[in-house]
Ligand binder design. Structure first.
Ligand code: FE2
Length: 423
């Protein structure tokens, strides 16, 4: 059999080593030892070939806008929303497209080939128009899924529902919301019910910013699970953030998590943003705010990690590196056992793909030939070193490559070269 591309001597995430991966017609055609020749060949040299990184929670309409029109002085979620409201008044669709495309370039270089982005629908549909254009322009190399997101509240913002429905009519894929930002707890719950009903009527997925607060009484996730069951949306609904779970008492959580399991709710935590934004009203001790990752994983729920923001009103840093996201989760969530760290790698790859419902994702025969060669031997080393993406492959085609990281030393008797792998 002849292949369009063969990657030689690869280690896989599941622990198998020294395998060749043959790609043909945009799919993985064979995984075995010593495959036949390919039109193009890449020597993995015993390094890790993983499926691409997936970011199931991002805001591409806001990315790279840091400092416009001003910086977030308090660092809080609420000032970020206020600042974003000011930027929305002045930014054009062309500006959003330009920033988003620059971010997509960086994402591809980082082996990040699937992104679910929320797009604000309150007040204006400029962001929707811009990101639908971006979706079209990047579709050959990046899976961009859009969520219609009423940032200022479905009920709190006049015209939000009508704009949300228009966004869905135009082709936005997923129903979003933000119940903890509605005027009252009751209106928050009512927004969850309305949004799930819209999704059920249209056969769509749901992804709500849910309980992104330190208030243990913010319990919209309970309503989200209930409405998921009511509408038969099991497995198609995602609760993003769920940071209030960090502060809830254990007795309540012991009832909540089984309900979430019954409704097969997907969970997306955003470790970089959660550790930066939560606990801002605390003096000392300051709460971490990350949701209960290990407990949710233990019930068998899909738990993925997102990056949420890069250089925008909420977060001044970021490099589209999902390994950075996984590393933060390990630290904030005390997830440092070997097994827990491996699961953190899955949370930025396969679990995110599950949240997005990606077809043909994974390193197996018949799956899409979307692959990333990392300068690391295994997933834990990849996280530890924020491994360089030596080669990024989309549909069997090389779309990005980077030189390995290596420093030259000038220390006389010591070795002349050192790499982060230390091997
Ligand atoms: Fe978000």
């Amino acid at each position: 059999m002849s292949f369009d591309l063969v990657i030689r001597n690869a280690n896989l995430v599941d622990g198998r080593i020294g395998l060749d991966i043959g790609c043909a017609g945009g799919r993985i055609a064979a995984i075995d030892v010593q495959l036949g020749g390919g039109f193009q060949e890449i020597d993995a040299a015993g390094q890790l070939v993983a499926p691409p990184f997936v970011d199931p929670h991002f805001h591409m309409d806001a990315t790279l806008s840091l400092g416009r029109p001003r910086l977030n002085a308090s660092g809080t979620l609420l000032e970020g929303i206020e600042l974003w409201g000011e930027l929305k008044q002045v930014q054009t669709a062309a500006e959003i497209v330009e920033r988003a495309l620059r971010y997509c370039d960086l994402a591809v270089a980082q082996g990040l080939l699937a992104i679910r982005s929320h797009v604000d629908v309150c007040g204006t549909l400029t962001g929707v128009e811009a990101l639908l254009e971006v979706h079209e322009r990047v579709k050959d190399y990046l899976d961009l899924q859009l969520v219609a997101f009423p940032q200022d509240g479905l009920f709190r913002s006049a015209g939000a529902e009508s704009n949300l429905l228009q966004a869905l009519d135009r082709g936005v894929d997923v129903v979003g919301g933000i119940p903890h930002f509605e005027r009252t707890m009751q209106e928050g719950d009512a927004s969850v019910a309305r949004l799930c009903a819209i999704a059920a009527e249209r056969g769509l997925m749901v992804d709500l910013h849910c309980d992104e607060t330190d208030d243990p009484n913010s319990r919209h996730v309970e309503t989200l699970a209930r409405e998921t069951l009511r509408h038969g949306l099991q497995g198609r609904v995602t609760g993003s953030h769920l940071t209030s779970m960090h502060s809830m008492d254990d007795y309540y959580v012991s009832k909540l998590i089984p309900l979430m399991a019954e409704s097969r709710l997907n969970v997306v935590a955003n470790p970089l943003i959660n550790i930066l934004i939560q606990g801002r009203h605390d003096t000392y001790p300051k709460r971490r705010g990350l949701t209960r990752v290990a407990e949710l994983q233990a019930t068998g729920l899909t738990v993925a990690f997102g990056s949420d923001c890069v250089m925008d009103p909420w977060y001044p840093l970021g490099t589209a590196d999902m390994l950075d996201v996984a590393s933060m989760a390990i630290h904030v969530g005390h997830l440092s056992s070997m097994e827990a760290m491996r699961r953190c790698f899955e949370a930025v790859t396969t679990e995110g793909a599950r949240v997005m419902g990606l077809d043909g994702y994974g390193v197996a025969v018949g799956k899409r030939a979307d692959l990333v060669l990392l300068q690391a031997g295994d997933p834990i080393e990849a996280i530890r070193t924020r491994a360089v993406r030596l080669a990024v492959i989309k549909a069997g085609r090389l779309v990005a490559e980077s030189a390995p990281r290596e420093s030259r030393l000038h220390l006389g008797a010591r070795p002349e070269r050192v790499t982060p792998r230390l091997t």
